[in-house]
Design a protein around this ligand. Structure first.
Ligand SMILES: Nc1ncnc2c1ncn2[C@@H]1O[C@H](COP(=O)(O)OP(=O)(O)OP(=O)(O)O)[C@@H](O)[C@H]1O
Ligand SMILES: [Mg+2]
Length: 472
């Protein structure tokens, strides 16, 4: 430290401290009580003595100042040399304590902010915090992903252009507690969302100190695309099922009324009508059976089957059952099975149901007189998820085939390429939906290939069973 300013301050302090004594000396000199030489000597002695006394305190204050500066700038300090002054030491202790407490408080606030930031980032739903001027002051990672970049610093309208959402945000900023708005976005992918905007009363008017922003409202977005799709599917399903049931039911009611009325005594008509009624009742029963079957399969879908099944046996049994029907259409069923295939992990009854549906379709939609070909062999490597080895069971016909645009929808419930033709053949339109759910339960795979004019091939791949645990 520079010595001369310190010396100057020591002299100044000494002069100030000694000023009463100096005044007395001056008075005595003026009154002529002491000679000027004595006065000068006394003055020098008083000043020197006071300077010697004051010196350590001035050094102590300087050292204290250096220590406080260092503490403020670097966060720590070895402490001042306060000399003989007890009070200077106490001042230093108090300063250090206050600094320590302030640091602890700052760190606690910082940690809390970091934790809040981490929670905000980790939340899967997009979240935006907006200020009273509707500017986005914070956005989490999900929001940045949804909007293709962080909207922070811009007006909410730059992120969400939907007028209803902006109007709701304005209403909340103007004093409303909360609002929810349904809206849809088309980019980057089409999604249906619900925006919930909530007023943050306690946060309004927070100081803008660079750490906390002026937050007025929280806007959270909830992706409801899947829920809405499921709702639509459920409504469609109920409408379709009711429609499918109503058609045979109204036929039945119509014939009952005819038999009770005009055809009461017409024996020939009665036999004909009863045959139609029987067929319609049978159709309704099949529909209800298929619906129940579908719902049972869906319930079990999360528990894979545990049986170890020889697919060859099931295929042979199914061919025997369906051969009669094939013959009635002038066709045959040709089976080519690779020998010595391993067992598959499956539910035998459900696989029989799959085969029956596929063979039934191949006979129904195949050209009259052409054969249905069934093949059983190993699936190509990598067909099943996780690299599991599989067995491929294919049912192919030589029918009209299925136009490409229908292929992806064939396994939807009640979906038919030609509804009138399917109904005329007594189909419920649920066969392939049942196949899809059974295959899904088996963790298998369904492939559909079709060449219009040539025919169709439905292939299911089922995972090979794990070897049984050894008995010893
Ligand atoms: N092998 C096939 N060749 C041509 N089209 C087919 C074939 N299999 C299915 N389809 C088409 O897919 C639709 C759905 O088949 P699905 O088996 O689910 O219903 P369905 O055969 O009409 O009725 P169900 O099987 O309940 O008797 C059929 O209506 C038909 O249009
Ligand atoms: Mg079918």
């Amino acid at each position: 430290m520079d010595r001369w300013p310190t010396l100057r301050r020591v002299v100044l302090h000494a002069a100030t401290v000694a000023s009463p004594g100096l005044l007395v000396l001056l008075l005595l000199l003026v009154l002529g009580v002491i000679a000027p030489g004595v006065a000068a000597l006394a003055l020098a002695v008083v000043l020197l003595a006071t300077a010697v006394l004051v010196w350590p305190y001035v050094l102590g204050v300087d050292s204290l100042q250096v220590a406080v500066d260092r503490l403020e700038r670097h966060g720590d300090s070895p402490g001042p040399d306060t000399g003989p002054s007890e009070s200077l030491r106490r001042v230093w202790d108090a300063v250090r304590r206050m600094h320590h407490e302030k640091e602890q408080g700052r760190r606690a606030v910082e940690q809390r902010l970091q934790a809040e930031e981490a929670i905000l980032t980790a939340l899967p739903d997009p979240l935006l915090l907006i200020d009273p001027a509707r500017r986005v002051v914070r956005a989490n990672a999900a929001a940045a992903e949804l909007f293709g970049g962080s909207p922070v610093g811009r007006d909410l309208a730059a992120a969400i252009r939907h007028p209803a959402v902006l109007a709701a945000a304005d209403a909340v900023l103007a004093g409303e507690a909360s609002r929810a708005v349904d809206f849809a976005v088309s980019t980057p992918v089409a999604r249906e969302l619900v925006a919930r905007i909530m007023r943050l009363e306690h946060a309004a008017g927070m100081p803008r100190d660079g750490v906390l922003e002026d937050v007025a409202a929280l806007l959270s977005l909830h992706d409801v695309t899947a829920i809405k799709r499921a709702e639509r599917m459920r409504a469609d399903f109920v409408a379709n099922a009711s429609h499918e049931l109503r058609t045979p039911l109204s036929t039945l009611v119509g014939f009952v009324e005819t038999l009770q009325g005009p055809a009461r005594d017409d024996e020939e008509a009665r036999d004909r009508f009863l045959a139609i009624m029987h067929e319609q009742a049978h159709r309704m029963a099949r529909l209800v059976e298929d619906l129940l079957s579908l719902s049972r399969i869906e319930q079990d879908e999360h528990t894979p089957p545990s049986g170890r099944v020889d697919l060859g046996e099931i295929v042979h049994a199914a061919v025997e059952t369906m051969e009669m029907k094939a013959r009635s259409r002038g066709s045959s069923i040709d089976l080519v099975a690779t020998a010595g295939l391993p067992l598959v992990q499956a539910d035998a009854d459900q696989i029989a149901q799959v085969l029956q549906n596929l063979i039934d379709n191949a006979i129904k939609y195949g050209r009259r007189g052409t054969p249905v070909a069934i093949t059983l062999q190993r699936s190509p490597r990598g067909t099943l998820a996780g690299g599991r080895p599989g067995i491929a069971l294919a049912v192919a016909d030589q029918g009209e085939g299925i136009p490409r645009e229908h292929l992806s929808r064939l396994t939807e419930r009640f979906y038919r390429v030609d509804p009138a033709r399917s109904r005329a053949m007594g189909g419920t339109g649920l066969g392939l939906a049942i196949v899809k759910h059974i295959v899904a339960r088996h963790r298998g795979r369904l492939d559909i290939a079709s060449e219009p004019g040539q025919g169709s091939r439905f292939t299911i791949h089922l995972p090979v069973a794990e070897p049984p645990p050894s008995s010893n």
